[in-house]
Design a protein around this ligand. Structure first.
Ligand code: HEC
Length: 152
């Protein structure tokens, strides 16, 4: 009887340790992306731009095509597949064969605003560009860097 309780106790503490460590891991990932209040605000402001801002264009927002806040794969109105932005921050800089140029994440965001939104991209180094980069980078928190890799 005594040994049974002993074994059970060990099992319980093992499970408790597992739960605790997985809880800590999740908290750790969240923490790195969001405990610094200025960074947290930049991410939130970037998300608001992503969902609501048309940048003076034809009325679309990022979310029109990049659904689920960019976390899921999207579809254009013509039905073409649109990549998820879940790992976008890990694969730039990338070579764009059409432009014959290596592009950064800012370049790509600017191209989507000028092309897909038909709007005016915020300047490099502007608050809005930093907020969009912060938000899109937060989607990829914890994912390995894969410069030049493929969109998810
Ligand atoms: C009309 C649809 C449409 C809208 C609106 C749109 N995009 Fe895109 N976006 C695309 C398509 C299609 C691609 C993939 C083809 C390409 O790379 O150009 C893409 C690709 C991207 C990529 C690169 C993804 C990767 O992993 O290579 C980023 C980053 C991006 N968009 C950001 C944005 C942001 C930020 C906005 C809002 C300011 C936005 N997009 C609005 C259609 C759109």
């Amino acid at each position: 009887m005594g040994s049974f309780i002993e074994r059970d106790h060990k099992k319980v503490s093992f499970i408790a340790a597992l739960l605790l460590s997985s809880g800590l891991c999740t908290a750790g990932v969240h923490q790195a992306a969001a405990t610094e209040p200025h960074l947290e605000k930049a991410i939130r402001d970037g998300e608001a731009l992503f969902v609501h801002e048309t940048f003076g264009g034809a009325g679309n927002t990022c979310q029109t095509c990049h659904v689920e806040g960019g976390a899921g794969p999207g579809k254009s109105s013509k039905g073409d597949a649109i990549p998820s932005l879940a790992n976008a921050a890990t694969i730039y800089p990338r070579f764009n064969p059409k432009a014959n140029k290596v592009e950064t994440l800012e370049d790509k965001i600017g191209h989507c605003i000028a092309g897909a939104l038909r709007g005016k991209p915020p300047a490099y180094g502007s608050e809005q560009m930093t907020q969009l980069v912060s938000y899109i980078t937060s989607l990829a928190q914890g994912k390995p860097l894969d410069m030049g890799g493929k969109p998810q």
